[in-house]
Design a protein around this ligand. Structure first.
Ligand SMILES: [Zn+2]
Length: 474
């Protein structure tokens, strides 16, 4: 199927989507708080003729927009959540908060680009299906709270991907490549200790310190590190210290733990060991313990068939050309990154990146046999267990820029970011269109997933009864 069928649409309609992306960069809303961002997507999708189901999976900012009818059903996944504390002036070469962003947040992972490119790809596919008279359904999934809230896992648990033939998405990055990687599964849980308050000077023997319990739990978890598999990760944030008064025996203390490992079953084993450490700490201090699962997501399953298809489209489209101004800005930004960051970015590629240029101006080769290991997590993981899923990455930032940094936010509205976003939309649309017309390829991708699931069936890592961690006002 010819790429021009979707490409012409994207070429002549892209300006509206660059504006949408820039608007969402400015809204910079945190996970499950993305009211303005979701509303902007939804309003545009309705005007484009999509049928939109809002508030799906019990999440006010989650939605599914659909066009066409019958099968196959191709899903294109979008995100739009920002990160706390990363407000940053656009195009600035130093760390400084932006006056444009009132809430102090920032798009440190580029999800404003992610959601908008996915949206644009879905509209281009809808247009192509209608013009060419191709049967099938295209869906744009508005997926909230990728950053630690794992919206897609809740959406998967709600069955929203059960009838999907294949799913396509991308992530903004520093290179043009297929995301041929394995991510870590993760489980997040609150550990809350309850003790007895007392005067810390006059009657400490009457008190039972929840803060002591929490400190002992953290020490236990830190001793656990030597005896867990090397790719596992355990992090925690203390969410309640029990107050600021040292002369009170703290009656409450809690922490949010993130436990990551290559597979769900590794995570579950490690989680049980962390729970035992917490129980031990409660016993030592004579405190009560409450454990509450917050959220979770699965490791990513790669699909070789879809990887090869998307790679072919990416190679056919090729890297964008850059203006002298874009190259100079990227060069300046590149100089704010450290050698270790450049080396780290190079590890995601199949061949070492020794070119001194600040912008990755080619398409990386695909080696399905040698995936890279990402020690982060993504809720695309759960989608990949229920439908064949593929992701690409395009160069939106100077090579070596780290995600979740001020530099990532500063470059989020640059010409390079816009070009990367448009390339991602073109690649996703071309990949989707091929799947609508090449039933053999789609069948091969589905067989590959089913063979994998025959060895290990999918079990949603979020237990039934655990609800999405929505803001209280939602
Ligand atoms: Zn991200």
């Amino acid at each position: 199927m010819s790429i021009e069928l979707v490409d012409d649409f994207i070429e002549s309609n892209q300006q509206r989507y660059l504006t949408l992306s820039d608007d969402i960069w400015r809204y910079a809303e945190l996970g499950y708080h993305e009211q303005q961002s979701a509303a902007a997507h939804i309003a545009l999708l309705k005007s484009e003729g999509f049928r939109v189901h809002e508030g799906v999976a019990g999440i006010p900012t989650a939605f599914v927009a659909q066009a066409g009818s019958g099968g196959p059903v191709i899903a294109i996944l979008g995100e739009f959540d920002a990160l706390s504390g990363l407000s940053q002036e656009s195009l600035a070469l130093a760390c400084c908060p932006s006056n444009e962003i009132a809430n102090g947040n920032g798009h440190g992972c580029g999800h404003h680009l992610l959601g908008t490119a996915a949206h644009l790809a879905a509209v281009a596919v809808k247009d192509a299906l209608e013009r060419a008279g191709i049967e099938g359904t295209v869906r744009f999934y508005g997926c909230p709270a990728e950053e630690g809230g794992w919206g897609k896992t809740y959406m998967t648990r709600a069955g929203l991907f059960d009838d999907v033939s294949a799913a396509i998405t991308w992530h903004p990055g520093v290179a043009n490549s297929i995301m041929n990687m394995e991510s870590l599964a993760v489980k997040q849980a609150y550990f809350r200790f309850k003790g007895v308050a007392a005067h810390a000077g006059a009657s400490p023997h009457l008190g039972r310190s929840a803060l002591d319990a929490l400190e002992l739990m953290n020490i236990g978890a830190n001793f656990l590190r030597e005896h867990m598999i090397p790719d596992a990760r355990v992090h925690y944030a203390i969410t309640d210290t029990g107050g600021i008064a040292p002369n009170v025996v703290q009656p409450n203390a809690s922490a949010l733990y993130m436990i990551r490992a290559p597979r769900n079953r590794d995570v579950n084993e490690l989680y049980e060991r962390v729970c035992n450490i917490a129980r031990g700490a409660a016993l030592m201090t004579d405190c009560q313990l409450e454990i509450e699962v917050h959220s979770a997501c699965s490791n990513l399953l790669r699909n070789h068939t879809l990887n090869e298809l998307m790679q072919a489209k990416l190679v056919e489209l090729g890297a964008p050309d850059y203006t002298r101004q874009e190259l100079e800005f990227a060069d300046s930004m590149h100089r704010t990154t450290r050698a270790e960051e450049i080396e780290m970015a190079g590890r995601m590629l199949t061949a070492a990146w020794r070119d001194p240029k600040a912008l990755f101006d080619r398409v990386d080769a695909l080696d399905n046999d040698r995936p890279s290991r990402m020690h982060g997590s993504t809720d695309v993981g759960d989608v990949s267990w229920v439908t064949p899923t593929v992701q690409c990455m395009t160069a939106c930032f100077a090579f070596g820029t780290s995600p979740h940094s001020w530099q990532w936010v500063a470059q989020g509205k640059s010409g390079v970011a816009h070009k990367g976003m448009v390339l991602a939309a073109r690649t996703m649309a071309a990949t989707a269109l091929e799947l609508f017309t090449n039933s053999l390829l789609l069948a091969a991708a589905r067989t590959e997933l089913h063979e994998r699931l025959a060895r290990e069936p999918y079990v949603c890592p979020i237990p039934e009864g655990v609800e999405p961690p929505l803001p209280r006002s939602a």
